[in-house]
Design a protein around this ligand. Structure first.
Ligand code: PGA
Length: 244
């Protein structure tokens, strides 16, 4: 059975002064895995501030382990900080940095080779949703990004682009349909091991809607942006997942 994960994506937010939020999150009682992905300059202090109680992840990695790539961070460098996870293919990177499915596949492989657990993000735009093509699009993203075999741990986050940072959450039926489809894709691709892949929902998750989202079949947790920045907003989400 897939493990429950409450993950926070801080995006380009957070200074050292905000590490106290992490310490507070780490101190809260929980019975699910908690993961925070702070910006790169906070990886090392975040690992130090939280210890083993919560996992720390990065938000992106390069495809190569090292080399002449000014400004980039490699998967072995992320692992070197003590971080265990890395977000791959977030829609903001697909848009802002024109990341293609092929690049995302290479990043995912690089993350797994370095021993990191990649969190593959996929999801459709509003235009695609209106055209009723969301299942086709997530299937293409899934097929393009994932290897034939799971070489290590893997997490998948379904994040409809129109629900990210907008306050608009996909409906129960919309989330259920895509998650059920993703579970089937995982089973088809990886056999019985596909049942163990945690499928997270992301897009305007907050304390007030978390319990309803976590009650949906095949939703194993959430990837939370805005509501993960403050411990007082994120801890109730972690607790809702633990209680689900
Ligand atoms: P949001 O972001 O919770 O602020 O909508 C989610 C995400 O982009 O991971």
């Amino acid at each position: 059975m897939a493990g429950k994960i409450a993950a926070g994506n801080w995006k380009m937010n957070g200074l050292q002064a905000d590490l106290g939020e992490l310490a507070t999150i780490a101190a809260a009682p929980t019975n699910c895995q908690v993961l925070i992905c702070p910006p790169a300059h906070l990886l090392l202090p975040a690992v130090a501030a939280t210890g083993p109680r919560i996992a720390i992840g990065a938000q992106d990695c390069h495809t190569a382990p090292d080399g002449a790539h000014t400004g980039d961070l490699s998967a072995p460098m992320i692992a070197d900080t003590g971080a265990s996870h890395v977000i791959i293919g977030h829609s903001e990177r697909r848009t802002d940095h024109k990341e293609t499915d092929a690049l995302i596949a290479a990043k995912l492989a690089a993350a797994q080779s370095a021993g990191l657990t990649p969190i593959l993000c996929l999801g459709e735009t509003l235009e695609i949703r209106k055209a009723g093509q969301e299942i086709d699009v997530v299937t293409t993203q899934f097929d393009a990004a994932l290897p034939a075999e799971i070489t290590d741990k893997l997490v998948i986050a379904y994040e409809p682009v129109w629900a990210i940072g907008t306050g608009v959450v996909a409906t129960k039926d919309e989330i259920a349909a895509v998650h059920q489809h993703l579970r089937q894709l995982c089973l088809n691709r990886f056999g019985a091991a596909g049942a163990d892949i945690s499928l997270l929902y992301g897009g305007s998750v907050k304390a007030s809607n978390a319990a309803q989202i976590f009650a949906i079949p095949d939703v194993d947790g959430a990837l939370v942006g805005g509501a993960s920045l403050k411990a007082q907003d994120f801890i109730p989400i972690v607790q809702a997942l633990g209680a689900s």
